[in-house]
Design a protein around this ligand. Structure first.
Ligand code: HMG
Ligand code: MG
Length: 304
């Protein structure tokens, strides 16, 4: 359990994609800069999707270009199809993520096609990425439940993970999009995928809607998974998953890991500063329990 954990920061993409308050390109860039300065060396910074569908992610090309000078960090962007891949590459993307769903209902709502059609859209993206030397991460949404189709069988997740892996994805990020999972279900799903693919190439992408994300991450760590997606401040959610809240908060994950003796290399003060800056722009306090606790402690100390 004390092995190195790789955190993949989701705040600027999964976090901001569902926020109603518009955030300027400059503020999005500053957010990424602050997160990298806090020690997060892998950050998803945007999405090359339809701006009509997700206006929050418009101008992701400017964000990506605006952070390209930062050394020592890897920047990821979402691409749903070749059009997105073209735009991402034109902006300098070296790592892109395709995103499929374990359920037909969510696939249709999110990217307006069936699961099989989405795979057909990804094939040319992966072929071109291979030729271009671009790394491709693969997401699977709704691995522990779907807002439209209900329960999801672990086997369905494992089969899709194998498909994405065979297409050339270097890592498969398993998304509990609506945060309904519980630890034993998370284990069962991870075991099913881990029996088909190397556990070291799986990531846990758990939203915290029902407050289960940390428990589920711990369960997944027990199974050997070592990559965790998290969003600073617990920002965001998916606009196509009714009622879903943000990813597990990066602060909460860092606090848990450090408390377990796992070194994350994250500077909590700097991370909290980045989260508080964004919370100020959004006009509401962070939902992260650790950020709330640390902010309250600071206020107490400031007042004493
Ligand atoms: P579509 O309507 O099927 O596609 O949308 P289309 O090819 O018919 O094109 C329709 C319009 O979109 C056209 O524009 C295209 O040019 C444009 P119009 O003629 O109407 O002006 N278009 C694009 N524009 C910019 N970039 C593109 C692109 N492709 C087409 N790449 C599409 C299909 C996927 C584009 C659309 O449904 C879409 O953008 N959906 C948004 C999906 C999204 O971003 N969802 C949130 C992220 S996924 C997530 O949060 C889950 C995750 O976190 C894991 C988890 O938690 O589970 C990853
Ligand atoms: Mg997500």
């Amino acid at each position: 359990m004390s092995d190195q954990i790789q955190l993949v920061e989701m705040g600027p993409r999964d976090g901001l994609q569902n926020e109603k308050t518009p955030v300027s390109v400059e503020a999005r860039i500053a957010f990424v800069v602050a997160l990298v300065a806090a020690g997060l060396n892998t950050v998803e910074v945007g999405a090359f999707v339809s701006p009509k569908a997700i206006p929050q992610m418009a101008s992701s090309d400017h964000v990506l270009r605006g952070v390209s000078h930062i050394k020592g960090a890897e920047f990821h962007v979402l691409v749903p199809n070749e059009k997105g891949y073209d735009a991402a590459r034109a902006a300098g993307a070296e790592v892109v993520s395709v995103f499929a769903a374990a359920s037909e209902g969510f696939s249709r709502a999110n990217i307006n096609c069936s699961v099989a059609e989405s795979i057909e859209r990804f094939k040319p993206v992966l072929a071109r990425a291979k030729a271009d030397g671009v790394k491709v991460r693969g997401y699977i949404s709704c691995v522990l439940g779907c807002p439209f189709d209900g329960e999801i069988k672990p086997k369905a997740v494992a089969d899709l993970a194998v498909t994405l892996w065979d297409l050339g994805c270097y890592e498969i990020s398993l998304g509990d999009t609506i945060g309904v999972g519980t630890p034993l279900k998370a284990k069962e799903m991870l075991r099913a995928v881990g029996s088909e693919l190397p556990i070291g190439n799986l990531a846990m992408h758990f939203h915290d809607t029902y407050g289960q994300a940390l428990a589920n991450l711990y369960a997944g760590m027990e199974e050997g998974v070592r990559v965790i997606d998290a969003a600073a401040g617990g920002l965001g959610g998916c606009p196509y998953a009714p009622g879903a809240t943000g990813n597990v908060a990066t602060e909460d994950v860092v606090y848990m890991l450090e408390g377990m003796g796992v070194k994350t290399g994250i500077d909590m003060d700097r991370l909290l500063a980045a989260t508080n800056e964004m919370a100020g722009l959004l006009g509401r306090p962070p939902v992260s329990r650790v950020a709330s606790a640390l902010n309250a402690k600071r206020r107490r100390l400031g007042n004493s």
